[in-house]
Ligand binder design. Structure first.
Ligand code: JB2
Length: 213
């Protein structure tokens, strides 16, 4: 079994570990986190070092890595850690929980996670390093940009488009054909029936852009 190194050892990491172990897809050799967390164990996997150790693990022949630090809104750290490991030659697989229902007719990119019970239907495009979290539904023809996070239970009807680094809050519903820009945050439980621009915060039913933030 190929070895994989995980980067970021919090709650999201625990979810990803569970998915990897249950599908026996990789041999997880350890987690990199901040110095004060070295020696702790997450989901049975030890935190073995810090980001500066990436080169050392690469030199030891570890080829795969996964960013297990999550995001709510700000994806900068995830992007930075990804680029650092990528520059050292690490390969980023897709991690898909065995309970996810995912069409074979999709296009999905490196480092993306699909969590428990998520459904992804035909002709969907998902960028790199996205998080399609537990129970999220992505209907046919939708496009999810790089670094996006669809939080648990988010539902995208057909042909929805989400720009890069955008966060769709828990249990948000987006009707068919809606376009949401990049680096935008949609608050939990929103019902999105019209397009929302880039670099916005928006929430509510019907979902509206916040004006004073
Ligand atoms: O520079 C870093 C760094 N900074 C913080 N490098 C590495 N390798 N790790 C870093 N961390 C670590 O990320 C923290 O020490 C901590 O262990 C972890 C973040 O854990 P936390 O549980 O706070 O959040 P998360 O990123 O696992 O999960 C967020 O995103 C998920 C998708 C949460 O908000 C969850 O609720 C959400 N489901």
């Amino acid at each position: 079994m190929e070895k994989i190194l995980l980067i970021g050892g919090g709650g999201h990491c625990e979810s990803v570990i569970d998915s990897i172990l249950e599908s026996s897809s990789f041999d997880i050799i350890g987690i990199l986190d901040t110095p004060e967390k070295v020696g702790e164990t997450i989901g049975g996997i030890p935190i073995v070092g810090v980001d500066e150790d990436l080169q050392g693990w690469r030199d030891k022949g570890v080829q795969n890595a996964f960013i297990t630090l999550g995001s709510i809104g700000n994806t900068q750290l995830r992007q930075k850690l990804f680029q650092k490991a990528k520059d050292l030659g690490f390969f980023f697989p897709v991690v898909k929980d065995k309970t996810a229902i995912v069409s074979n007719k999709i296009n999905i990119n490196e480092g993306t996670f699909i969590g428990k019970g998520a459904i992804v239907n035909a002709s969907v495009k998902i960028g790199k390093l996205a998080i399609i979290n537990s129970g999220a539904i992505v209907e046919h023809g939708s496009t999810i940009g790089d670094y996006c996070h669809l939080a648990p239970g988010a539902t995208l009807s057909g042909n929805v488009s989400i720009g890069k680094s955008t966060h769709i809050g828990t249990n948000t519903t987006i009707i068919q054909g809606v376009k949401i820009g990049e680096d935008t945050i949609i608050g939990a439980g929103s019902v999105v029936i019209r397009n929302i621009g880039s670099f916005k915060k928006a929430y509510g039913n019907p979902c509206k852009e916040a004006t004073n933030e």
